[in-house]
Ligand binder design. Structure first.
Ligand code: UN1
Length: 504
């Protein structure tokens, strides 16, 4: 542990606020690993007064950062990606230690950070605006994209570093400054990332407050971000109730928000699909990150003709799941993030039994140190029972059968969340229907691959109670900029639009 912290410039006791200098004299929090309950390090939270100073500096940094040409800002992001490459092993290990995901997934998460940096470097030369024909003679219409301001990034424990990077890499090339409030469950990884960004910004001679940090409770520090008009955009990843709260506060002051809330991913397995692909994608989607991705597979909708055979093969995989210390290569599943998550999972299993579900396997607590280990659970259900419609952030997978493809799509869409979905089929009519307006209502709809593991090149996010925001690739950057439309008259005369005449 000491080596990992040292490699990332940290120590046993760390301060949780940064805006050019490190601050934090609030509550001291002992960060404990879900792997074995061992203490990792202390973090001092920021007080409201320290938060005010952090925000003020981050806001002040915007005034000069927005004037740096975008391709030059891209150079900073390139260096950030290079620095992350150097620290991939240490940072990936810290992710695994702090939130408990398998080391290979921790490394994958850091890779996702590197990928978005690469994407953003290219983007820094492509912040295109359109030129449009004017209806008036010798006039021209154009739009430009300008920096927006401070982006408040509020992240969840499950992707403790990648979500910051999706937002930060885009925000930086867009000319925005970033104020990050990470989950209180994963403050160490946030300090590590901020240290990396600090070094890069200092090397270039820019104000390091461009990447600021404020660690504290959501109800305190989070709400200071949500209510402050100096924060132009709040990008929030978390639960549906959390997002409803953030959305209300930010809307109240006409700020912008990107909400990336709960999912309830389903995979439709057609009798015309490749069952090996289905098995692997579903298994990884359900147990990967111990079922704690918003893109995790939570429901499997299987054609009735193959249902019994498919269920038995999946059950077989579940029975053999290697669970244990996530740093050991053989283990596919580590602990849940904390004991409360284990209790939430157990409660959902009790509820589904009462509602008519049949537990086929799992939901057994394991005696490992720390108390956060539990076997993944597979439950047979007759359809979208009330508890199935809720997102339980844990490895519980609900299996149900369907008769027609239309019925399967209706089951997939029959929940209030709309993040990720997939179909496993070799029938083009089925896959095209699934991707059509009559198909999946989710932001992500995959064919012959699972619900999780989205690449950064596409826009990431979902509909309905998932919140409607988009982060990462494609044109998600537009949410981080201010659009300016201009009419330019080079005629030497006055001509009004819409044919209006003005005789003086
Ligand atoms: C999340 O769970 O909040 O698509 C993000 C995936 C990852 C990101 C998940 N690339 O599974």
């Amino acid at each position: 542990m000491q080596d990992v912290l040292k490699a990332l410039g940290m120590s046993d006791s760390n301060r949780g606020g940064f805006s050019g200098e490190w601050t934090g004299s609030g509550k001291i929090q002992a960060v404990v690993s879900p792997i074995d309950g061992a203490k990792l390090a202390d973090v001092a939270n920021v007080t409201p007064a320290e938060f005010e100073a952090v925000l003020a500096r981050c806001h002040a940094a915007f005034a000069s950062w927005k004037l740096v040409p975008a391709p030059k800002r891209g150079e900073v992001v390139r260096a950030l990606g290079d620095e992350l490459r150097k620290h991939k092993e240490a940072l990936g290990t810290l992710v695994s230690l702090e939130m408990g995901k398998a080391l290979r997934e921790g490394l994958g998460e850091v890779q996702e950070m590197i990928d978005i940096c690469d994407f953003a470097v290219g983007l820094s030369r492509q912040l295109y605006g359109l030129t449009m024909p004017s209806e008036r003679r010798q006039h021209r219409l154009q739009e430009q994209w300008h920096p927006l301001g401070v982006v408040g990034v509020i992240t969840a424990f499950n992707f403790p570093v990648a979500v910051w990077s999706w937002n930060t890499a885009l925000a930086l090339v867009c000319g925005d400054t970033v104020l990050w409030k990470p989950s209180s469950k994963t403050p160490l990884t946030a300090i590590a990332c901020t240290r990396i960004a600090e070094k890069v910004l200092r090397d270039f001679g820019y104000d390091p407050a461009i990447c600021s940090l404020a660690i504290g409770k959501g109800s305190e520090i989070g709400d200071l971000i949500n209510t402050d008009p100096r924060v132009a955009l709040v990008s929030y990843t978390g639960s549906v109730p959390g997002g409803r709260h953030v959305g209300r506060l930010v809307q109240e002051r006409f700020g912008r928000h990107i909400l990336e809330l709960g999912g309830n991913g389903a995979v439709i397995v057609s009798e015309k699909g490749d069952l090996e692909i289905a098995l692997r994608s579903i298994y990884f989607g359900a147990i990967g990150t111990s079922g704690q991705r918003c893109t995790s597979t939570r429901r499997v909708i299987v054609h009735e003709s193959i249902y019994p055979a498919f269920r038995d093969r999946l059950l077989d995989l579940y029975r053999k799941t290697p669970i244990g210390d996530p740093r050991m290569d053989g283990n596919l599943m580590g602990p849940l993030v904390d004991r409360a998550a284990v209790e939430t999972m157990l409660a959902a299993i009790e509820t589904v039994k009462v509602q008519g579900g049949k537990v086929l396997f799992g939901g057994e607590k394991l005696p490992n140190a720390g108390g956060c280990y539990i076997t993944p659970c597979l439950v047979e259900v007759p359809g979208n029972l009330p508890i199935v419609k809720e997102e339980t952030f844990a490895p519980v997978l609900y299996l149900m059968a369907y008769r027609t493809i239309e019925e399967a799509i209706a089951l997939q869409n029959g929940v209030s969340q709309g993040l990720s979905s997939a179909i496993i089929t070799n029938d083009q009519r089925e896959s095209e229907l699934f991707l059509s307006a009559a198909g999946s209502d989710c932001g992500l709809a995959n064919v012959n691959t699972g619900t999780s593991g989205a690449e950064i090149g596409g826009a990431f996010g979902g509909e309905k109670e998932t919140g409607g925001g988009r982060e990462s690739g494609s044109d998600a950057w537009k949410a981080y900029m201010r659009r300016q439309t201009s009419a330019i008259n080079f005629s030497g005369q006055v001509e009004l639009a819409q044919g209006i005449t003005l005789e003086l």
